[in-house]
Write a new protein. Sequence first.
Length: 544
Amino acid sequence: MVVSDSPSWRAYTGQSLEDWLGEGWITAVHPHDQPYALQQWKDAVAQNRSVDAEFRLKRPDGGWRWTNVRATRIFNTDGTVKKWLGVNIDINEKKEIEHQHLQLMQEIAQQATNKYQKLFNSMEEGFEILELIRDDTGKGIDFRFLEINPAFERLVGLPIEQALGHTCRELFPTVDDWWIEAYSRVVDTGQAAQIEHYFKETSRWYKVSVYATEGDQFALVYTDITEQKKAEAALRDSELRKAFLLQLSDAIRDLAEPRSIQQEAIRVLRQHLQASRVSYTEALANKTLEVIATDFVPGELDLAGKCFPLSDFAPEVIEEWTSGKMSYRTNVSEDEYVSDEQKTLYERFNLKAWANIPLVKKGELVAMITIHFPEAHAWSPQELALLEETAERTWAATERAKAEATSRQSEKKLRTLFESMEEGLALCELVRTPGGEAVDFRFLEVNPAYERHSGIPNEKVVGRLRSEILPVMDPTVPLYERVVRTQEPLHIEQFASSVGRWFEVRAVGYGPERFAVFSPISAYVKKRKKTCVTAKSDKAFYLN
């Protein structure tokens, strides 16, 4: 059931929001196609798979157009489906052309007409008539180009005259047998087929419709879908990247120790890459690399704690690292720039492919993440970008943990001082009327000395208003309000009749609406003010 708006769908079909929500989307499907569309959706939900279906959708102007509807699942962190992400691809023109192609196949047997020849020459898709070539056993081993339309040159990149009359293996000696086997099945069975496959000789993806015609002849209608495949791959890479980064974030979010963060990060990375070993290494002042954390498959060497002098590595590799440039090798056993001595070292560590992601801060190499594979590994640009982001995130999380540890240590020191200092200390917050007038303050926290100085148990102070503890009027509230407003310190001497004591009070602001009060008992003040107790009572205070 649809529960949220999709402006792109409604713009494509002309539906209103009311028509679209709930089950209304099906009304945008051609009546003849509705059972098929519903079944495709139900099957996708039941089988937990993506949707890739073709049917007719209503145009905003009231007509119909063929559409390739695709939808994929977006998962929650627990693996359940959060929502569906869909895309509509207008294939109406393609469907019309395919329909023309079917008509064209019927006309081939009755000889080409001028109309056929015009379409043959003008169509955007490639069109070919081919003949299967068999060996003595009857197995298809090649095919010959009998007819080729002009689109061939654009889609394949060869002149027509260079291909016409020649075989595929003459033009492309290393062609994958897969293509010939696929075409042979169509000729042998008479069943048309639609295939999508990569043709390495042109570095392109093709979508091909194959039709058996007469004898060993067959026809192809094909389009270049390389850009579509790139877009699909980019979408997959994006989804995989998001899933990995979410997993990495979840794994290290609650960790407080830098070593734990590094260990967990490389564990998640190794499992994601299916590598044999991933290590987190720090650069020491003596130009040595020390493996701080490592994660590896059983049977591999444990490098944790191992140190490697930078001099063990090739100068060009060291230069890459110290400049912050990622370095990688896809197959060291076939790399002409790798010395025999280095290859021996690689064999010792059972690796053929590796990548190093250095972290350079303030011009100095500080750390590095290293990935090892026991077999050759082709590093993709998306994969390398993910490695760099993982390294930066791991470094940032490690530095955050170090900073938090330092902060906790500082807080511990301050707490010790707070608990042991002789002076009474109270952290307070102003209380204002709805009109903004400061009329009271609340005790947020007090230290043990405060109880000794005030004579009031701390449990009766913390969290309460000053007026709740000492109901008599307090003339210092405006003074504390000035401290908060101006952030200028206050120093006063005040007599509290409720406890019969003089206090020397110092106050400083430390945040919005908050201030700290230091209240040491001064024997001098106590003695000096003794004669003033009766006369001044609660209101006695002196500004310094």
